[in-house]
Write a protein that binds this ligand. Structure first.
Ligand code: ADP
Length: 231
């Protein structure tokens, strides 16, 4: 039984969504002078949109979130506020997905107040319309039922976080020893996706390095709950 609805996104899908997004901007007869990527999720889409629109000016603004993959995040804020003079310029602000909308709202406010562009529009591949507090000017998918998009650029991070979530939940039922195969089995059952051996091994290594898992025998790993720090 899948516990968190998750979609495994391929690189090809990302390229196609960005091509369609760029097309929407073009069809609107609106041409930005500069693209701003909301870091980190907007980096790859912003770069692809630059390619499809033949735009050579790309900067980014990092919005920091607390909280983990597929969990509700807390207050978002600009991590490295810096100054740019964009007076007279038209800006396209790009993110991967608008979920709550908080990051885009904060980025938009910061840019408008501090960089003072002539115009600012927002583009995102996905817009989770029932929960988002903002509607992007351009989007490709209107997501009616909340789902976690497992984008290729967060695959290692998400796999690690998902493993951690499974370990933590199962520890509540008294399970603290795992083989990698068991963990992978739970991962597939909970999230309904398969990210492949390389990512499972990478996630396992990260959990061992952090001390959250320790080796307790051949292919037996013990969950060290006390090492868990909520991020
Ligand atoms: P936003 O502020 O754009 O609604 P959040 O504040 O919820 O987004 O989360 C910020 C970032 O977290 C997003 O830009 C995206 O990279 C990631 N994220 C949020 N929700 C999802 C989701 N449903 N699927 C995949 N990634 C997500």
């Amino acid at each position: 039984m899948v516990k968190v609805k998750t979609k495994l996104v391929s690189w090809d899908e990302v390229v196609e969504w960005c091509r369609l997004l760029a097309l929407k901007v073009e069809e609107d007869s609106w041409r930005p002078d500069l693209v701003v990527a909301v870091a980190r999720g907007g980096y790859v889409p912003a770069r692809l949109i630059c390619d499809f629109l033949d735009i050579h000016d790309l900067v980014s603004l990092q919005i920091l979130h607390w909280g983990k993959a597929a969990e509700i995040t807390a207050e978002a804020h600009v991590k490295y506020p810096y100054t740019l003079n964009l007076s007279g310029k038209k800006i396209l602000l790009v993110d991967d997905i608008i979920d709550t909308g908080d990051s885009v709202i904060i980025a938009k406010k910061f840019i408008t107040e501090n960089w003072k562009p002539a115009e600012l529009k927002v583009a995102a591949m996905q817009w989770i319309s029932p929960v988002a507090k903002i509607k992007p000017d351009y989007f490709v998918e209107d997501v009616k039922d909340w789902i976690w998009y497992q984008y290729p650029w967060t695959r290692a991070e998400d796999t690690t976080n998902f493993f951690e979530k499974i370990l933590d939940e199962k520890a509540k039922e008294g399970k603290n020893e795992w083989s990698l195969e068991e963990l992978i089995g739970e991962f597939k059952a909970w999230y309904g996706i398969d990210v492949g051996e390389k990512y499972y091994s990478l996630a396992l290594k990260r959990l061992l390095d952090s001390g959250l898992l320790t080796e307790a025998g051949e292919n037996i790993y013990r969950y060290m709950k006390e090492k868990r720090v909520s991020k």
